[in-house]
Ligand binder design. Structure first.
Ligand code: HEM
Length: 561
């Protein structure tokens, strides 16, 4: 069948040629104009960048080829190259300007600021998973939600989690029984335990109400981090238009589905409890994990800031506020969010989901890595482990009683070992920010241009020989008060610092002390692998590519089941 149309013949060969010619005629000047505009708009950025030292890259792609290879190879290569320059280094990756900072004075300028709080554009890869949760949101939304969420990690709320920390730590000890005497990867156990502890404490639901295990969730998170890391390092996978056609995009969809189905279930359960008038965690605590009868009166003004809770003495953030609301009014994370959403304006249902996803991710993978590195250190440094065990035995004697808050304050040497672990193996090895304004540095005559991505190299800062003599040696005495006293506040930042510091800093420290002391009350750790043989990789979170291989040997007494 044919159709005829009246009017001009728009598709005649002559007309098509004319249209093509006009198109090219316009395209070339448009491209030239666009390029000229682009060059002019970047003139300021380029001029300031030219003054900052850094390796020469290839034309157009810059140093993109440095990011080829496995995660651990990339980590090794980038870390080795970081020694070629001073404390401020620029790096071009395609048209993107990255500037690495490691001088604590410069780091302070960025992290203590209430202006430079925008996350780097790379964090957008988290969006399908974490939405606009606390980790990546900015501006007014971030400010309002941070104000809402930070008090839910106040020490008074955390103290109410102690029995659940104990109960879950005891379960880990039981689960680990089957690994005794064999080499195994402790990260699997630490991951599962941290997910389950988060469910029962911050989320306030019993892990038994979940038909999907914490392990499946943790595995999905780990695989998501792999995909995000691939997108960070392989620049051709950054545009969605290319990424969406790869197998990674298909895998990502499945993983996000696994992750979100857990968070949706958690919120549904909590809402149902809320409607029945139930507040607080519904997880059951076995009688022998309850601490009430052992808890000594700890002065409410006990100093619990600074190093004991993961940041340099003298630094404060919104987690260190005085108890202005009163113990009774403070609520746990999801309780408070559900209540706030009832009143309407502060947070809506979608935003609750984003925050739950964010806390579940930030709260589990980081602490799982921290505890796995700690156990690896104990296995390698036997004489240090002896001292930790001696301290724990002095606190608990032969008793199987659960650990109280007062006990955690006495775990001084364990705490120093934990700090030293977080110094040498910070679970978040870099922090990235996007600059909206120029910033003059304190360490030298450089100005960071607006538009640059700033990378704060926590891993490198923590191994600066000027701050930590013998920085590659595991030495818990680096955290003796007299040694810490003279260090720059920003030379130890495992939890970041300033207004965007880690909201779970105190939660993590308290939980880790109870979990790790419970494990060491029951097992001695051994390791056949030395630190020099670690294959470090930084897939968002720092890990050992070969797995956290350790061996456990039951100690003299067994925990009563
Ligand atoms: C050893 C354990 C942990 C370490 C080393 C750690 C480290 C960090 C770091 C370095 C940041 C800043 C990230 C950035 O700016 O890109 C951060 C942010 C954050 N962390 Fe943690 N974290 C840990 C545990 C936790 C826990 C247990 C929770 C929650 C229960 C948590 C929740 C968060 C949240 C919500 C943010 C975003 C805060 C904001 O931007 O306002 N973290 N964490």
């Amino acid at each position: 069948m044919s159709t005829t149309t009246a009017g001009p013949d728009l598709v005649s060969p002559g007309g098509a040629n004319l249209a093509t010619s006009v198109f090219y005629f316009l395209l070339v000047p448009a491209a030239i104009l666009f390029y000229a505009y682009w060059k002019i708009s970047r003139k300021h950025l380029n001029e300031l960048a030219d003054k900052i030292p850094g390796p020469d890259g290839l034309p157009i792609i810059g140093l993109a080829l440095e990011f080829i290879g496995s995660s651990s190879e990339i980590f090794k290569k980038v870390y080795a190259r970081s020694f070629e320059f001073g404390s401020t280094v620029k790096f071009w990756v395609g048209p993107k300007l990255l500037i690495f900072l490691v001088d604590p004075r410069d780091v302070e300028i960025i992290l203590s600021s209430h202006v430079h709080i925008d996350k780097a554009s790379e964090y957008r890869f988290f969006k399908p998973w974490l939405g606009d949760g606390l980790l990546i949101s900015t501006g007014q939304k971030w400010r309002a939600h941070r104000k809402l969420i930070a008090p839910t990690f106040h020490l008074n709320v955390l103290k109410s989690f102690i029995d659940l920390f104990n109960a879950n730590s005891r379960e880990v000890v039981q689960k680990l029984k089957k690994e005794a005497g064999k080499e195994f990867d402790c990260h699997d156990y630490m991951s599962e335990a941290t997910v389950e502890i988060l469910l029962e404490t911050a989320m306030g639901v019993s892990k038994k109400t979940q038909d999907q295990s914490g392990y499946d969730y943790a595995l999905a998170v780990m695989k998501m981090c792999d995909i995000l890391h691939i997108r960070h390092t392989k620049i051709w996978l950054r545009p969605d238009i290319i990424f969406n056609f790869t197998k990674h995009a298909t895998n990502q969809k499945g993983l996000i589905n696994t992750i979100h189905s857990l968070t949706r279930k958690v919120i549904k359960k909590k809402r149902a409890d809320f409607e029945k008038g139930i507040r607080g965690s519904t997880a059951e605590v076995p009688e022998d994990a309850k601490t009430q009868k052992y808890e000594k009166n700890v002065a409410s003004k006990t100093v619990v800031e600074g190093l004991s809770y993961g940041q340099s003495v003298g630094l404060k953030d919104d987690l260190d506020v005085e108890d202005d609301v009163g113990e009774k009014k403070r609520m746990a994370f999801l309780d408070l969010l559900i209540e706030a959403s009832q009143n309407g304006v502060v947070i809506n249902d979608e935003e609750i989901k984003e925050q739950v996803d964010t806390i579940m991710f930030e709260g589990h993978d980081t602490t799982a890595a921290g505890s796995s590195f700690f156990l690896s250190m104990m296995g390698i440094h036997q004489e240090i482990q002896d001292r930790v065990i001696q301290e724990i035995d002095e606190i608990f004697g032969d008793s199987d009683r659960p650990a109280t808050f007062a006990d955690t304050l006495e775990m001084k040497y364990l705490e120093r070992c934990l700090m030293e672990t977080l110094r040498m193996y910070p679970p978040v090895p870099i922090i990235a920010r996007q600059l909206k304004q120029d910033v003059k540095l304190a360490s030298g005559d450089y100005t960071l241009p607006a538009g640059a991505t700033i990378i704060i190299g926590t891993f490198k800062i923590h191994r600066d020989p000027n701050t930590y003599p013998n920085p590659d040696k595991f030495d818990p005495d680096n955290f003796l008060p007299e040694r810490s006293a003279n260090r720059h506040y920003y030379s130890f930042i495992p939890f970041s610092a300033g207004p965007r510091s880690c909201v779970g800093r105190k939660y993590a420290m308290l939980k880790l002390k109870i979990l790790l002391s419970t494990i060491l009350r029951n097992y001695r750790v051994q390791s056949d692998i030395q630190e020099k043989d670690f294959q470090l990789q930084a897939d968002i979170i720092l890990k050992r590519a070969e797995g956290f291989k350790i061996k456990l040997e039951p100690r003299k007494r067994e925990l009563r089941a």
